[in-house]
Design a protein around this ligand. Structure first.
Ligand SMILES: [Zn+2]
Length: 242
């Protein structure tokens, strides 16, 4: 099943033309006026072919549906593959949990041809499941940081956050790395889809974690595609055991 914002959509007939541009022609129902209109959703975004998409993916302006009937703009959330050849980054964004599970299993097998090709081409490859995770990865790689180290950093922040705010539920919470308007690195703390606040990013704390990890981690471009809180928990265990 294909879904946009959790709703099923119907694929249209002029598929070939759209596909050539990394898009799929679909119909979207406007939540404002209820009318259905044609829309081209991205399936593969290559920033060499579409340089404007570097910014449009990061600020999400690429994923807005403007209803031709009533003019209302609706932000859309759907999965796609993002490829940025200048940084050799590929991020697969899959919103369907069952599909993401299957992809994770498939892509965690280093004998898989896709994985082999990406590793051979020295691509930094990640699989993400939410728009927040996508934004987090892009901001981390834009800053030239290592997302595995950032995940451990988040764990230490989470422990501190829980001491100050016992009501904060980490099972339904995430921290999103970002650069603010003044060029400062920070984390946006989310509780579900609510903004819980922000915490500053301290580069020397990051460096300290990086030092603890010397000799433990593989090259970032050879890492398995899923790097998240569990990755940090596993790495922390290795650090404490040695
Ligand atoms: Zn409308």
């Amino acid at each position: 099943m294909n879904a946009i914002n959790g709703k099923e959509y119907h694929q249209m007939t002029n598929q070939n033309q759209a596909e050539a541009q990394g898009k799929a022609a679909v119909n979207v129902t406007c939540p404002h006026c209820g009318k259905e209109s044609a829309y081209e959703m991205w399936t593969l975004i290559n920033t060499d072919q579409h340089p404007e998409m570097k910014q449009a993916v990061r600020d999400r302006s690429a994923f807005v549906f403007k209803c031709p009937e009533c003019g209302e703009e609706t932000p859309l959330d759907y999965g796609f593959v993002y490829q940025q050849p200048d940084l050799r980054i590929m991020i697969q964004y899959e919103t369907d949990p069952a599909k993401a599970d299957r992809l994770e299993e498939l892509l965690s097998d280093i004998s898989n041809p896709t994985v082999k090709n990406l590793r051979g081409a020295n691509y930094l490859f990640r699989l993400v499941r939410t728009a927040n995770q996508l934004a987090d990865k892009l901001a981390i790689f834009d800053a030239d940081f290592d997302d595995r180290i950032v995940e451990i950093y988040k764990l230490t922040l989470l422990a501190a956050l829980r001491r100050e705010h016992p009501e904060y539920d980490p099972a339904d919470g995430e921290m999103i790395f970002f650069k603010d308007g003044d060029g400062e690195y920070k984390f946006q703390i989310m509780q579900g889809d609510q903004n819980f606040g922000t915490i500053g990013f301290n580069e020397s704390a990051y460096e300290k974690i990086a030092n603890d990890l010397v000799g433990i981690m593989c090259d970032i471009r050879q890492e398995l595609p899923v790097v998240n809180r569990q990755t940090a928990v596993d790495l922390m265990k290795i650090i404490s055991d040695r």
